[in-house]
Design a protein around this ligand. Structure first.
Ligand code: JD8
Length: 421
């Protein structure tokens, strides 16, 4: 198992001592991580070991001198690539051989700075694939700009920011970046499995976690977690992750999950002009049915039939930027008294699984006139997702074949609550 070599240059070497602790400390002892900390002042030649001077052009504070930085980085490159005879000179006595950065002639230099590219989990993954990283911890008002140019002529340089707030130096950022990178290395985190479902790993925030006791301070653990139904637990956790991300970090939501509510879309009563788009949405939504049953039913409707449907049903369409994303149609059941027929509940495939279907159904139910007592649906006998959604919404499958071959009818008594007072 190859080890990642890390060199950190700073005027506060003790600031990095937290990396001796916990999993990162263990990873170093297990040889998974080869960390070397260098004191920038060791690369000065004056009695006061000066690393800073006043800024050209005036202004507050001091700027870090280029000379010591160049010497320090030359030392790092020399030690790391050769694994230097006398060891790597950082006094940790690590044998020369194992400190050579396997296969890398020069390190990738990371310079933390408030103006840098935002550091993210994606960048952490990229850096974890490297063999050798060097970190330059600035202080004062920053490092003389010529050091960035000088280094860029010798090695890859990335200026990274920990976040949109100001720190006094780069050390805290290096601590965070080293931890975020090192924990992705094989063997550092006990069960790598737990890495999978983490925040930012797949873009969503993590789900809430609970442990014993099941009742604490009169507060219960969600039942679904106690039920042992792993599929239900996984669904609940995914829903929690979506909700939390939508609430706290909508910017992280994948486009598919943005605005998973009808209210964000433009709703209209369909007209024959909507027929072409409705035909497309219907075919897209019925394709899985075709795969399942080899029958296409609604998906086979030609444009004229779709237009007829628009005239015979109260068809609602939801668009965003003109794109048809959802539709449902309703009408009084032609043969069953005070029964409200709901049909063609459709959500664009890439938006499915986000609760829009449930919203469409309850909206279609809300359109029922006051005299309606029964709500009626029809779906494929093997359409597991649709059947799960409808049963979850309180519908019961009617015995026998449904209105069309291979389908079932489902009904639900209209709840007193939804009836007018
Ligand atoms: C490196 C010097 C201090 C910054 C004058 C305050 C990262 N997210 C972040 N915020 N701040 C830093 C950071 C700050 C640093 C240095 C990183 C080196 N300072 C300077 C400019 C304004 N002082 C950071 N990553």
């Amino acid at each position: 198992m190859s080890s990642l070599r890390l060199d950190v240059v700073t005027i506060f070497p003790e600031y990095l001592s937290p990396l001796d602790l916990s999993l990162i400390g263990k990873a170093r002892r297990d040889g998974l991580l080869d960390l070397h900390v260098h004191d920038l002042r060791d690369f000065t030649h004056d009695r006061h070991r000066t690393v800073d001077d006043s800024p050209y052009g005036g202004g507050a504070g001091m700027v870090m001198k280029p000379g010591p930085w160049a010497e320090a980085l030359e030392h790092v490159v020399a030690q790391g690539s050769a694994g230097g005879a006398e060891g790597d000179g950082d006094g940790d006595g690590a044998a020369a051989a194992d400190s050579a950065a396997a296969g890398a002639r020069v390190p990738t230099l990371i310079v933390p700075g408030p103006g840098g590219e935002p550091f993210t989990q994606q960048i952490a993954r990229e850096l974890a694939d490297e063999a050798w990283l060097a970190f330059a911890c600035g202080r004062y008002e920053g490092i003389d700009e010529r050091v960035y140019e000088w280094a860029g002529e010798r090695m890859p340089v990335r200026v990274l920011s920990l976040g949109d707030y100001v720190l006094n130096g780069g050390e805290v950022a290096v601590l965070a970046m080293v931890e975020a990178v090192a924990r992705l290395l094989p063997g550092v985190i006990g069960n790598a499995e737990s890495l999978v479902e983490e925040s930012h790993e797949d873009g969503l925030l993590e789900y809430p976690v609970y442990t014993k006791p099941a009742e604490w301070d009169g507060r219960a653990v969600p039942d679904v977690l106690l039920g042992g139904n792993h599929r239900a637990i996984a669904e609940w956790r995914h829903e929690q992750r979506l909700q939390r991300t939508a609430e706290r970090r909508p910017d992280l939501l994948p486009p598919t999950a943005v605005s998973t509510v009808l209210a964000d879309l433009e709703e209209r009563v369909a007209t024959p002009a909507d027929a072409p788009d409705l035909q497309i949405l219907t075919r897209a939504c019925w394709a899985p049915e075709f795969a399942r049953y080899g029958m296409f039913s609604a998906g086979e409707e030609d444009l004229e039939t779709v237009r007829t449907g628009i005239q015979e049903w109260d068809t609602r369409v939801w668009r965003r930027d003109g794109q048809l994303l959802a539709s449902v149609r309703v009408r009084p059941h032609p043969t069953q008294e005070s029964t409200w027929q709901i049909g063609r509940l459709m959500v664009a495939p890439y938006l499915q699984g986000r609760g829009l279907g449930r919203e469409l159904l309850s909206y279609a139910e809300s359109l029922a006139p006051d005299d309606v007592r029964t709500l009626w649906l029809n779906t494929g006998a093997k359409s597991t997702e649709n059947l799960r959604l409808y049963k979850k919404a309180g519908y019961r499958v009617r015995p026998g074949e449904g209105e069309f071959p291979g389908t079932v009818d489902l009904t639900k008594r209209r709840s007193a609550a939804s009836l007018p007072a």
